[in-house]
Design a protein around this ligand. Structure first.
Ligand SMILES: O=C(O)Cc1cc(O)ccc1O
Ligand SMILES: [Fe+2]
Length: 449
């Protein structure tokens, strides 16, 4: 149960009754007493007639720090759910590699795409904007918008291609997963590991949000280096659900995203039948307003990596497959400093969304809650003319950025825009020229201006 109010600082207890607190812990939880075997994983007969099943999110031999697996004690093993799969309609959900259109290099931006009126479950309502890397090679990502107008009923889904990071922007979601139940609302995120089955239901009307599919190694917390043991995203604020199971025999459908395509099969019961589980491979949620930002307290504008909530590393140290970065409420206090983001070209590509409020690099309008900007590999970007003129002349009193939450999916890979994204009426045709109004200020005879 989520008792945190929308858009207000989160001041309730960390541990809520239906969640376990901590990041990457070895958790154990059971919905029936004694359902978890003690001191072993695979007893000859599991309690209550349950089946034991291991879900491995990393190779068996991964080093301890990145080794992820859980043991699930369930009414039926997953293999009992697998009949013959038929190809399902992927609609507008795309996977890398996907080169449907060729676009000239330019910054791109989309106004918010309205929630369609038609009935869309989560699986039907994912619409991909960008793909990067290669899902089958387990490198790269896809960034999509999701639109949900109906709850899944006797319908279940798992994503074999990716770990899923859900960023709600409008409306809450109830995620009934094999590991337990998670409620999220705008301001919160959820991470569903690769292979975890779930059913997505609405909680308060139609929902819209952002979906980042991580084809690579799992999201983890960034190192904090000299910052020390506290601040940024604190591990205790990550919440994993306690075990909760459905014992439901009813004609149902299981859809699987596998190899870049959707496949479906009929099953006769709910696969959310896990009565107890233990391990460190499990879904979790996090309230972004719990993030404790650290930044420049005297001068200059630090790199946005100081706002990294989660990072999905690649094999190259410091070169993330994906960094999930936020721009939350914070004080701007730097003296003699151009405070907004600096002008920038980046080897990493930057997909940005806005959950609520105004983003300080773009006060001139056009980047609205629910919208998207894409500053792709080595493409120039930075504050618009309004931001530059304002920030270069502003009196530098301490100033609080308030009521704002922008975020970035930043990846080492170039992001390819889908045909859907390229054809949207919400694509702002003139955004590529937003830098043109930046005036010349250079005057060799005047050092100060
Ligand atoms: O708006 C952006 O492009 C994101 C961003 C923010 C920031 O503070 C510094 C660099 C950067 O790329
Ligand atoms: Fe940038």
């Amino acid at each position: 149960m989520n008792v945190v109010q929308q858009f207000t600082p989160a001041q309730t207890r960390t541990a809520e009754p239906n969640y376990l607190s901590g990041f990457g812990n070895q958790f154990e939880t059971e919905a029936l007493p004694g359902a978890l075997p003690v001191g072993r994983n695979s007893p000859q007969r599991c309690a209550y007639g349950l089946y034991a099943e291991q879900l491995s999110g990393s190779p068996f031999t991964a080093p301890r720090a990145s080794n992820e697996r859980s043991w699930l004690y369930r009414i039926r093993p997953t293999v009992a759910n697998i009949g013959r799969f038929r190809k399902a309609e992927a609609r507008l959900w795309r996977s890398a590699p996907c080169q449907e259109v060729e676009l000239p290099p330019a910054p791109m931006r989309w106004s918010p795409v309205p929630i369609p009126a038609e009935g869309l479950s989560f699986v039907e309502g994912v619409r991909t904007l960008t793909t990067a890397g290669d899902a089958a090679s387990q490198a790269g990502m896809a960034a999509s918008l999701y639109f949900v107008t109906r709850s899944m009923q006797d319908e279940y889904f798992y994503n074999a291609d990716a770990e899923m990071l859900l960023v709600p922007q409008q409306g809450g979601l109830h995620l009934a997963t094999e590991f337990g139940r998670i409620d999220i609302a705008p301001g919160e995120i959820a991470v569903i590991p690769r292979g975890v089955k779930l059913r997505v239901a609405l909680t308060d009307g139609p929902a819209r949000g952002y979906l980042c599919e991580n084809y690579g190694g799992a999201f983890t917390l960034p190192e904090r280096g000299p910052i020390g043991a506290n601040c940024l995203a604190n591990p205790r604020d990550f919440l994993t659900p306690v075990a909760a199971y459905e014992d439901r025999e009813a004609p149902s459908r299981l859809t699987v995203k596998w190899g870049g395509a959707l496949w479906e099969t009929e099953i006769a019961h709910s696969p959310l039948d896990v009565v107890a589980w233990h391990g460190n491979y499990a879904p979790y949620k996090y309230d972004l307003r719990r993030y404790s930002p650290v930044g420049p307290i005297l001068f200059d504008h630090a790199d946005p990596s100081i706002f990294t909530v989660l990072t999905a590393p690649s094999e190259t140290p410091g070169t993330a497959n994906i960094d999930f970065v936020i721009f939350p409420d914070r004080w701007m206090v730097a003296e003699n400093t151009f405070r907004p983001p600096w002008y920038h070209m980046n080897i990493m590509s930057e997909f940005m969304g806005l959950i609520y409020g105004v983003y300080d690099a773009k006060p001139g309008g056009g980047f609205e809650p629910g919208g998207v900007s894409l500053h792709n590999t080595m493409l120039p970007h930075g504050p618009d003319a309004a931001a530059f003129e304002g920030a270069s002349q502003a009196e530098l009193r301490p100033h609080k950025q308030e009521g704002t939450m922008a975020f970035m999916f930043e990846t080492r890979f170039l992001q390819r825009v889908t045909a859907w994204g390229a054809g949207l009426p919400e694509l702002q045709q003139d955004y590529g020229e937003y830098g043109r109004p930046l005036r010349r200020h250079f005057d060799p005879s005047r050092r100060e201006w």
